[in-house]
Design a protein around this ligand. Sequence first.
Ligand code: PRX
Length: 636
Amino acid sequence: MSHYHIKHLEEYYQVYRKSVRNPEIFWEEIAEEHFLWRKKWDKVLDWNFETPEIKWFEGAQLNITENCIDRHLATRGNKTALLFEPNDPTEAAQHITFQELSERVNKMANVLKAKGVTKGDRVCIYLPMIPELAVSVLACARIGAIHSVVFAGFSANALASRINDSDCKLVVTSDGSFRGEKTIDLKGIVDNALEDCPGIEAVLVVNRIASEVQMKDGMDHWLQPLLDEASAECQAEVMAAEDPLFILYTSGSTGKPKGIVHTTAGYMVYTAYTFKNIFQYRENDVFWCTADIGWITGHSYIVYGPLCNGATTVMFEGVPSYPDYGRFWDIVEKHKVTQFYTAPTAIRALAKEGVAHLQNRDLSSIKVLGSVGEPINEEAWHWYDDNVGKRKAPIVDTWWQTETGGIMISPIPFVTPTKPTYATLPFIGIQPALMDEQGEEIKGNQVDGRLCIKFPWPGMLRTIWRNHERFKDTYFSAYKGMYFTGDGALRDEVGYYRITGRVDDVIIVSGHNLGTAPIEDAINEHPAVSESAIVGFPHDIKGNALYGYVTLKDSGESRDHNNLRKEINQIITEQIGPIAKLEKIQFTNALPKTRSGKIMRRILRKIAQGEFDDLGDTSTLLNPEVVEEISKNAIV
Ligand code: PRX
């Protein structure tokens, strides 16, 4: 019997050792016993971190939707698969059973086929958190189309560049979305984006908010009438283990977003196995991950991981503050949520509103709490533990990345003793290493360094879409033979890991990864701007916020600075989306640079954090005098 469900600490250590000594035997057993294959593999693992090439379960054939849906129909056909909670609490929740999900996915798959989508084609999904989003994702997987979900908070520009980078053929969107009291005109954003996307052949539009939208003849189609006519039967396409399942874009420290590619078999095995253990999932649990399916957390722990285990997974359309800050707890009480998985930024925002919102809500169904996306500070950890988990529900602080596909470092609840702010121990099969700046591994405990992973795991990314060189440069060139995460971490006296944050130019704001380069590019498009640099600084709710240093061309100096600030944030909103807006903008005469002309972000970061006494040696700068000017005018 394989260890699909770890139940105590000795078992964790035993299974961990096995997974590291004999990874192939270990993962083969998991794959053998718990999934549906059309054909088994010829080889469990083939890898090389130099080229880099990683293949899991080569030779195997499968369809992930048969694992997420079909194989549950006989035993769980009437069980709720998707539990949809709408934005408006007075609108009825929808309990979509596995049987209904099967029919909806097959119909959607047939609609996609009828529009000419075939295996290997890319489909862009730009939808709010409504059932059609999960259904569209699964429908793509059903027919072997590669989904590229773009978070519906991204701007038209950001959407267009993602559509074009992966040559998507079709877009699935909605007329609009509900967000608290507001509605957002998604179709309008898509219309703008498509002005620059010649490859799109059709747009399928869900009617969600009943708004008036422009429907372009021959291009735009309301989805419902097509679904009404479609058959509820659709043969699953037989996929090879390493066929791409999806592309998901994430920010890089330089250049345009990276299209992270995940493939089929390894991703399935890894998300299902981590889900089962890290949330100690049991039949009849109601699992709620508050992320959006537009991010990896939603892909892995709203859709694929839970459904592969036959779980009921909650999809929430709205926001934590509507109609009031008790909404999350209302939902927990209403649906008797057993695992609740959210981000530190949400916890901090809720903590700020006080405990009154929790007091009359019954949270006793909660067994496990989760945190993801950024380091959780001690105060937020305790607030979560005291008020939500009532010190009975262990908190799993799960560290992972879009690139890793699934959780990598995390406690296993009721198994690993937790420690505030520590993601604790590597998950089964994961071999972390801390590296120093000279490229040597730092062995032993009570050390800190740059976090790398030494050995492949099934859920890891396989490439960056049509840019294998960038894949190699970004993840495999900093430390020979290792996957570099971009994060710093420390290991305490018992071997627990604590993630200290990014060591590159990615800044995590409210749990969202933002690269500095695209934001700077956007700012520099303002006609009055000559140059800019973005750094992060600590923020009570968001974790980090953005501080921009902007130098103006002569023509800009006479202009009203507050207006300029608004205009700059407007450009950022248009180019990227409101999540990338700057909290503070300081206008400067110049930016501190090295003699080779590189902006010294280290100094700018310190100034933004108010650490004026600790700027280090500035004498080697090309223009040391600007540091004083910038410090004097810093916005604190
Ligand atoms: O810096 C780490 C941080 O989020 C980054 C990955 O972001 P993304 O690809 O958007 O995926 C987020 C959801 C998996 C990491 O490099 N991060 C994620 N989880 C944690 C974290 N930092 C500290 N603690 C965590 N639990």
